[in-house]
Unconditional design. Sequence first.
Length: 571
Amino acid sequence: MDFKALFTQLATLYDKLSKQQKIIIAAAVVGIVAFLFFLVVYTGNAGVKDGYGVLFESLSSADAAKVIEELDKKGIPYKIGDNNTIKVPKEIVYKERIAIAAQGIPKDKGVGFELFDKQEFGATKFDQNVKYQRALEGELSRTISALDPIENASVSLAIPKESLFISKQIDPTASVMIKLKEGRKLSPKQIRGIKNLVAAAVPRLKSENVTLIDSEGETLGDNDEEARMSELSIAQQRFKNKEEKKLQRKIVEVIAPFVGGKDKVVAQVSVDYDFSIKNVTSEKYDPENVVRSEQTLEEKKEGFAPKEVGGVPGTVSNIGPVQGLKENRTKEKYEKNSGTTNYEVGKTVSVVKGEFAKLKRITAAVLVDGKYKEKLDKKGNPTGQMEYVPLSPSDLEALQSLVSRAIGIDPARGDEVSVQNLQFKRNIQNPTNQKLGMVMTLTQKYLAPFSGVLKYILVLLLLLILYKKVITPFAEKMLEVTKEEEDIEKPVLNLEEEEDEDLVEKVQQMRKKVEEQLGVSENFNEDDLKYEVLLEKVRSMVEENPEEIAGLLQALLGEEQENTKDIGSKG
């Protein structure tokens, strides 16, 4: 883009403006520049402020003292703000933060299992146990501090020595001290979660042996059982309300089409639940026996019975029978059979877990509006007022039957439903006002969700009207140029945007050159000049393309002759 030509045009345009227009434009430009300068300066000052940036914040007293000691050694100026926030000159914030962190400051964040990154030769088992306990406490402190409501946490573990006798073993215990963020508190679920977290990280540690206190020394989680019962009661009440509202919506949706709208039905439902959880275990035996095992024992024995020795006591009777002698003895045979059969008795064990809520009873009360018709006078003419007409007993009975089926009423369970008919509105409007109210209701119902979009559309329309009716006429009035100045100064040639020479000067030079070549004065006739230029242009075209010009002239003459013949024939 040729900025020189652009500035020249702007300068020319500015010279054509009146004094009042120049003042207005100058004031607007000065105001815009001042506003932009104010924004730049204010933004820069807001970011820089006093030239100090935050080095560390939320430090403990010990860590803050160490950081200040390091800054004093280096002679670096600093400022101490709230919550132990230390500020240094902004240009050295990152440099000093890295340098101080390299020295292990701040150290109050606790240590974890990085203690075992370096192995120490000659360390005893006691030293290793102490390091392990420190690392475990540090890791638990880091984990608990990561929770959203907690600013800082410290965990202390009491792990007793292992004993060979189970009766003499002592369970480990733990204490957790937490510092909450300002305005935050822990819910009972979060307290139980912290206790379970610590108990799961230490062997044989139970959650009830974990003590949790806050920075003010108050014990948290003492009333865990009460809090748990309170949460359970809240959950039960929430479930009850949800089910009651669900049944109420069912009643309204069923009756509304009949009575003429949801605003003519009021339903209240009360549901009684039994929230006691009962687990039932039952055993059933199968009468069909199944053989599990069977055992059979068989014994056989065959031989002679032993000889009985008798007679007078003496040598012969003491010696007994002589071997190898054939004697007349009876032969014996013994057999024994026994069997054992074991039968398996079939058994089925079923465990039934009780429901969260068992339905006991449902009671419902439904109130419906009647019907309305236009009131007539004694002559039968409409009076413009509406008259209330109650529902018939058959209608009420039908509505009660619909409600009973919709919400599942069971008379055997003791459920009850009552449907009554009453007049809702005492002052009834005429049909015209009712239709107007219905239109307003529909408008509110369907256009209300788009109110945010409609608001922006309305603003855009107002801005468009302001632009068309105010800004555009004002701009045209400010920048208007007289017709004579336009004819004189505005170039008639369509020049390209990027030119090496000034547009206005180029046009003026061309004008002077033409006047000099033609030898005319300043008050020459522009129409004669245009005619001469056009004639010269036609002459040059004939010299360049004689054949085409000759063909064009022949075509024109032929067309002229045809037109002449047609006119003669008609005459």
